[in-house]
Write a protein that binds this ligand. Structure first.
Ligand SMILES: Nc1nc2c(ncn2[C@@H]2O[C@H](COP(=O)(O)OP(=O)(O)OP(=O)(O)O)[C@@H](O)[C@H]2O)c(=O)[nH]1
Ligand SMILES: [Zn+2]
Length: 380
């Protein structure tokens, strides 16, 4: 401990080469799914271990190190002074020095944040250009809505989709409570989007179900087929779950993770009975491939989109994207755009028979920022 403390006085300032990082300085390096961030070319802290941040709470960073080895353990760390302006979020890979034993009452020092594959972020609201980092290194954004109770909001889904496409994260729509209402009408809005859909429901009496319960202890029996399909999508990836209160998120997460949240794992270490903070929490999926995590985001309810670049949304529509070749510089390609190349691209049939519907869907997303001034995610 003393050794590493001394190092902090001289060494780690070379890590960043500058002292005034802010969130926009964080580099994002697109990378193949599943590969670990590179640690070479980094002279400082050769003795550091790299861990995955599972949650952040009041200046304490909880990381899992030696993941999927017999020495896997949870280490609590404090951020080194020179990183005090660097955002560190669930899903980040970080370098830890000092006491990394993970024993009770030990505290490691977090000295470096590795390059990120993806970064899910939001503006404070549509008019505030300051970006907030939400979750790092996610492969997938699972947008959870209920077919009914609470009523699904297409505005919420659209905003989440835009945030996902912008971040280069694949979205997945998960509709729960299909036993209460047929979600067909809701889903018709999304049939022309690059968006896999999963429908979940409680099990019929004579069907196989998975016994689970919500964080509030309400028990439910979920249809096993839907749950297994979801598990198939999650397997091998890091997935962020996003959804309003009451949609059945914790019921599902507990079914998938064996309720680590309530009984052990991370929280045995943080000393709390269950995760109560509003920050994101990464949980390992039980019986899944190494590297399968879901990150629950209980506190994230607004998704300001001021930072979004329309071209990044377009990238999610490869059949339409070539159409912008003839657009004028700065064309927003939205419904108000004049002489947008997408119109002729689609009307000349180059995007196929579903082209017009796809373009309408794309434009709905591109207009999301303009259309919705509300801060609250899903309030329209
Ligand atoms: N009918 C029906 N009810 C469900 C289903 N899934 C969950 N529920 C119930 O919906 C209620 C809310 O579920 P939760 O899991 O607490 O929802 P949540 O999204 O985690 O909500 P917060 O914990 O407030 O964030 C509970 O009473 C569940 O038992 C479902 O597929 N069908
Ligand atoms: Zn255009």
């Amino acid at each position: 401990m003393r050794h590493s403390f001394k190092r902090s006085r001289r060494g780690p300032l070379t890590v960043a080469g500058r002292r005034t990082w802010d969130e926009s300085d964080v580099r994002i390096r697109p990378n193949k799914r599943g590969s670990r961030p590179r640690t070479k070319d980094r002279p400082a802290h050769e003795d550091a271990v790299v861990g995955r941040i599972v949650t952040v709470d009041r200046g304490r960073y909880t990381a899992v190190v030696d993941e999927d080895t017999p020495r896997e353990r949870t280490v609590i760390a404090a951020r080194a002074r020179e990183l005090r302006r660097t955002p560190v979020v669930a899903g980040d890979f970080v370098a830890l020095v000092g006491d990394v034993s993970g024993e009770p009452d030990t505290l490691a020092r977090l000295v470096r944040v590795e390059d990120r594959r993806t970064l899910l972020r939001r503006s404070a609201d549509d008019t505030d250009p300051v970006e907030r980092v939400v979750v790092a290194n996610a492969d997938q954004l699972v947008i959870v809505v209920a077919a009914a109770n609470p009523e699904p909001r297409t505005g919420f889904i659209d905003r989440a989709l835009v945030a996902a496409y912008d971040a280069g994260i694949s979205p997945l729509l998960c509709v729960t409570k299909a036993d209460l209402r047929d979600p067909a009408e809701l889903l018709s809005h999304y049939q022309h989007l690059p968006l896999p859909v999963l429908v979940s429901r409680t099990a019929e009496e004579d069907a196989t179900g998975v016994e689970t319960s919500s964080d509030e202890g309400q028990s439910a029996r979920l249809d096993v087929e839907a749950l297994e399909r979801l598990r198939g999508y999650l397997d091998g990836s890091v997935s962020v779950l996003l959804g309003h209160s009451g949609v059945g998120k914790s019921t599902m997460v507990n079914a998938l993770t064996g309720a680590q949240r309530a009984t052990g794992g991370v929280n045995a270490v943080t000393g709390r009975g269950r995760h109560t903070s509003s920050s994101a929490l990464a949980l390992k999926l039980s019986d899944a491939a190494p590297g399968t995590w879901i990150i629950d985001t209980p506190g994230i309810r607004s998704f300001g989109l001021a930072h979004v670049d329309p071209d990044r949304i377009l990238a999610a529509f490869p059949d339409l994207e070539p159409g912008i070749a003839d657009c004028e510089r700065g064309c927003k390609h939205d419904e108000y755009a004049v002489d947008c190349g997408l119109d002729s691209w689609v009307s000349s049939g180059q995007a196929g028979s579903s082209g017009p519907a796809r373009l309408a869907s794309l434009r709905r997303l591109l207009g999301t920022e303009v259309r919705q001034q509300a801060k609250e995610l899903g309030s329209q």
